[in-house]
Design a protein around this ligand. Structure first.
Ligand code: SF4
Ligand code: SF4
Length: 221
């Protein structure tokens, strides 16, 4: 008899929460939380076992429903649930990024703790020549990439009402700054048009001059 994977999704989430709690066991243990930590340690192997079994049952698309990506990950990142399970928080990707685009999540009590992310409006990935972060990753959470067209961080989306071109300015900063070929252009209707080649690096969002909202923003796909 087969089990519908979707019926197991709450169990996956529970396992992840338990595992994340158990991950904190390297912190100093006070008397007050001693029993809590002991319980987490007891449950962690069971959580890992069930988590592994369920991961094998659930197709990657469904796993993304449990762990939707909420921030841009660096280039080459595995699907979110696999990324969270594989990243060992070494910070190597952040160390090698030539523009310090990669930040590390705060050390909170979530599965995201100390994982790398990019906030494009502050500092985008500039698609450096060797895609260094993917080569520096020691765990495989970032797959080594050899060319920009292998990057799929997200996709840029236009808000035409916010774009200053709507009021007659000939701004084309996003097109000029984009580091990837065939990703963005001024269309025949004089509007900015994002093309299939967009890799979601976020350079356009970083340089877009509109305030407080950017006319072009990168969305996770
Ligand atoms: S590809 Fe290069 S610029 Fe982009 S995040 Fe990785 S190291 Fe930084
Ligand atoms: S359109 Fe924007 S997000 Fe897409 S590749 Fe160009 S700069 Fe990067």
């Amino acid at each position: 008899m087969s089990v519908c994977p979707f019926r197991l999704l709450p169990a996956v989430a529970l396992c992840r929460i338990i595992t994340a709690m158990a991950d904190n066991d390297d912190r100093p243990i006070g008397r007050r939380d001693f029993f809590g930590v002991a319980l987490k340690k007891l449950l962690a192997p069971a959580a890992d076992y069930v988590d592994g079994k369920i991961n094998a049952l659930i197709p990657p698309d469904a796993r993304e429903m449990v762990f939707p990506r909420i921030r841009l990950r660096p280039p080459g990142a595995l699907p979110e649930s696999d990324f969270l399970a594989t990243c060992i928080h070494s910070g190597k990707c952040a160390e090698v990024c030539p523009v310090q685009a990669i930040k590390l999540w705060e050390d909170d009590d979530t599965p995201n703790a100390r994982t790398p992310y990019i906030e494009a409006s502050l500092q985008a990935c500039v698609v450096c020549q060797n895609i260094e972060c993917t080569r520096a990753c020691p765990s495989g959470a970032l797959t080594p990439l050899t060319s920009p067209d292998q990057i799929h961080m997200g996709f840029a989306r236009m808000d035409y009402d916010t774009c200053v071109r709507a009021s007659g300015e000939d701004c084309r900063i996003c097109v000029e700054k984009c580091p990837v070929p065939n990703a963005i252009r001024v269309g025949e209707d004089n509007r900015i048009e994002v093309l299939e080649g967009c890799v979601g690096c976020g350079v356009c969002e970083m340089y877009c001059p509109t305030q407080p909202n950017k006319a072009i923003t990168v969305h996770i796909v």
